[in-house]
Design a protein around this ligand. Structure first.
Ligand SMILES: *Cc1c(COP(=O)(O)O)cnc(C)c1O
Length: 429
């Protein structure tokens, strides 16, 4: 679900009028719906309730402390990929004992931090990493819990930049050598082999690749359980969301509906639970995008219109530094005016930002209703991999983030100040 819809001709997030909100916060701004995030967490949890299941929210999708706190209070664990994310999770009241630590390049400092915090598991991505974790744990006189990430060599059929489960990807340990890797890891004195992990990619919109990967890996999990007494199997994240047609039906008939079908929790659970239940192990899920993607939007204001001979450009006050998905992976975001258009007549436009890069666009040749300078538009489904990928390129300030809760809105991060932009920099004398 999501909680963005027109009420009285103005886009609302839950009970908050977004035009009025932007009058206060300025533009651009990210807005998140608390109800949507909680709904996703609770429904996924309920869908998997036949299993001993721990949801470890993939922190990197949206790591604002308020969002992490929301999920921590629901009992969520966290999948982290850096020392910084561990720091955030602890600041937000998350339980490190429910944290899994992923990523191909963990540093000594990060491994020490995670050992000190007492995380649930290092999800190790190479044998060299396991040996290094063993060494660091040995120096501390502790035992490090680990899982190996297996690369099941399954095609996730998603964009090549977000596919991770094929042999040519840098992630995980090849399926063909994983048994030997477990055997060696199990002999290391400061390692306890706790589980097996996989994650085949992101934005998967069909159940097929998940099913294929789980079916392929389950016999291995059984073997590892028998031999090493592993306690969990993490099937990773990757559940996709619908980026088109993402406003409540009935409004916005102007945009091209691609008939994108969401992967539902029901389909995910009804296919995977029967495959996983016989394992009688703890099952870990690491959803990121699914949890927060459709729970957030970015609002930006149209500054200028430029009619070229070939194209019409609408230049907005947000740039690729604020939301990089279109530039980075050709990510599609539906765009709707904050004030509901009075006519469904459309024209093809490019929505572009002010950054000095041709990749700085949010939409190209998009049929949109009439929007003029001064109008505000909402870039939908921007809750995941949105703000977290923002940069200060062109010395542009980070936009503010707002969490809506019913009729109330909370600024969970104010717009960055110019002082803050340069505060860490030093001119040597
Ligand atoms: C990024 C990542 C996830 C989350 O992926 P989504 O597509 O956002 O669900 C889960 N697990 C690992 C190891 C990741 O790197």
């Amino acid at each position: 679900m999501h909680s963005f819809e027109y009420k009285g001709g103005v886009l609302h997030c839950e009970g908050v009028n977004l035009d009025e909100l932007v009058n206060e916060t300025g533009s651009p701004v990210y807005v998140y719906s608390k109800a949507t995030i909680l709904d996703h967490y609770r429904r996924l949890s309920a869908g998997m309730s036949e299993l001993d299941c721990l949801i470890c929210y993939a922190t990197k999708a949206n790591s604002n402390l308020a969002i992490l706190n929301l999920l921590a209070k629901e009992g969520s664990g966290f999948d982290i990929v850096s020392g910084g994310e561990l720091y955030r999770v602890e600041k937000a009241g998350g339980d490190p004992g429910k944290c899994t630590f992923a990523g191909v390049g963990k540093t000594r400092e990060e491994i020490e931090m995670a050992l000190d915090a007492g995380i649930l598991s290092f999800n190790a991505e190479s044998e060299a990493e396991v040996e290094f974790i063993n060494q660091v744990a040995g120096e501390k006189g502790v035992i490090a819990p680990i899982a190996l990430r297996v690369n099941p060599n399954v095609d996730a059929k998603t964009h090549k930049y977000i596919s991770t489960g094929k042999s040519e990807n840098k992630f995980g340990i090849d399926f063909s050598i994983i048994r030997e890797a477990y055997e060696r890891a199990s002999k290391l004195p400061h390692i306890k082999v706790q589980g097996l992990q996989m994650h085949i990619g992101s934005q998967l919109t069909s159940i097929g690749p998940f099913e294929e990967a789980v079916k392929k890996v389950v016999p291995l999990v059984e073997e590892l359980k028998e031999r090493y007494g592993i306690e969990f199997f993490s099937i990773g994240g990757g559940m996709g969301i619908v980026y088109t047609d993402s406003l409540a039906s009935g409004v916005g008939q102007w945009w091209d509906k691609k008939e994108e079908k969401p992967l539902t929790i029901e389909e995910y659970a009804s296919t995977l639970v029967p495959l996983l239940k016989p394992l009688d192990l703890k099952i870990i899920l690491e959803p990121g995008r699914f949890m927060v993607g459709n729970a957030g939007i970015m609002i930006t204001e149209v500054l200028y219109e430029k009619r070229g001979s070939a194209k019409t450009f609408k230049i907005v006050d947000a740039g690729m530094n604020d939301l990089i998905r279109p530039a980075l992976y050709e990510g599609h975001h539906d765009i709707v005016p904050v004030k509901e258009p009075s006519s469904f007549a459309t024209e093809p436009v490019d929505i572009v930002g002010p950054v000095c890069e041709s990749g700085d666009f949010f939409a190209q040749n998009r049929e949109l209703p009439e929007i003029q300078a001064g109008d505000r538009i909402a870039i939908l489904s921007a809750g995941a991999y949105g703000f977290v990928m923002a940069s200060n390129y062109n010395t542009r300030r980070f936009p503010p983030e707002v969490l809506v809760d019913g009729e109330k809105s909370h600024i969970i991060r104010p717009r960055q100040s110019y002082e803050d932009l340069v505060s860490a920099e030093v001119i040597p004398d």
